[in-house]
Design a protein around this ligand. Structure first.
Ligand code: SF4
Length: 336
């Protein structure tokens, strides 16, 4: 496995990338123009990657300058402009656009040792059988995680998911690997709070997070997020004009779901408008003059970015709650 170029001490030095495999594929394919798409957190490595690919293959390299947050967001314009696209940092989704055939996925693996964080998390776990989930950046460490848990008398359960490539892997929009574990408690190993919060919301079960990079461990508290989400639903109660957003991104496009939301709203006398866009930004909605929006794009937009918008942004299940179509426990929006 080739090491990612490590420049100016920036965070990409924490990752391993299998660039050698991608370079072999480029050579075999005979591609003359190669696109490179790098997610925001690793963008600063793009110029080094372009240089390495160009030197090794003699192909012309075009770097995508647009933001990218997941494998849902393969740059299809770049696919048209290049013979092959190297998509860095995410694993392939098990479905997608026909142009995905032109894409080579180069996953980024975080080198950080997981043992210390998992030992710390074991102190917080209360069950002796726990579901273990992670993101693609740490999925190569799952065997080690299970070993540490076993040493503490805890049986770690790892199950395959939905649109994810690896057993135990979750995405911000898919927690099937967690639900498939059929346990009463979860351990999430990885960075950030969004994914473990997603596990807690998707399963309704106690979730412990262990961050191998910072060494922090915590029990996830989903109550604040739930309060904010029910607040957004309540604020949308008076909305008359409602936009239903459909993303153009290949792995986020949910047109049928959006049409169902339009019908539901119209049946309740709302003025509904179907909006197709590439990137959901506050300005785009302000100019539409709507009172609320239902986003069928990345589910993280409503949950993570609500503060950026001056109107309530609901997920489809939240919109169903607003219309009285859905009752019971909170249902997290997921893309199957
Ligand atoms: S839809 Fe959102 S959560 Fe799912 S992979 Fe894309 S960016 Fe990540």
């Amino acid at each position: 496995m080739a090491r990612a170029p490590s420049t100016s001490g920036s965070s990409q030095g924490q990752f391993d990338l299998d660039l050698a495999g991608a370079i072999e594929l480029i050579k075999k394919s005979g591609a003359r123009t190669v696109g490179v798409q790098v997610p925001e957190g690793l963008k600063r490595m793009a110029s080094d990657l372009a240089r390495d690919i160009q030197e090794e293959t003699c192909a012309e390299v075009i770097v995508s300058g647009d933001p990218c947050y997941g494998a849902c967001d393969v740059d299809l314009d770049l696919c048209r402009a290049a013979d092959l696209v190297i998509h860095v940092g995410h694993s392939e989704m098990l479905e997608g656009d026909p142009l995905h055939d032109k894409v080579v996925y180069v996953e980024a693996r975080i080198r950080a040792d997981v043992r210390e964080a998992v030992e710390g998390a074991a102190d917080l776990l209360s069950a002796r059988r726990v579901g273990v989930v992670t993101t693609v950046q740490h999925v190569h460490k799952l065997a080690e995680v299970l070993e540490v848990l076993k040493g503490r008398g805890i049986d770690g359960v790892v199950r395959p998911g939905g649109r994810t490539r690896y057993a135990g892997q979750v995405l911000g929009c898919n927690y099937k690997a967690a639900r498939n574990a059929d346990v009463d408690e979860y351990l999430f190993v990885g960075t950030g709070q969004f994914h473990p919060l997603g596990v807690a919301l998707a399963t309704g079960k106690r979730t412990v997070a262990a961050d191998p990079v910072t060494g922090n461990v915590s029990v996830i508290d989903a109550a604040q997020m739930l309060k904010r989400r029910y607040g957004a639903i309540a604020r949308a109660g008076d909305a008359e004009r409602i936009a239903v957003i459909v993303s153009k991104k290949p792995g986020q496009r949910r047109m049928e779901l959006a049409r169902r939301m339009i019908s539901l709203g119209e049946e309740r006398g709302k003025r509904m408008v179907l909006v197709y866009l590439d990137r959901m930004e506050p300005d785009a909605l302000v100019n539409l003059g709507v009172d609320a929006a239902v986003s069928t794009a990345c589910p993280r937009i409503a949950l993570d970015d609500q503060a950026k918008y001056n109107i309530p942004i609901l997920t489809p299940p939240e919109f169903e709650v607003l219309l009285g179509e859905r009752k019971g426990d909170y249902l997290l929006d997921e893309i199957p």
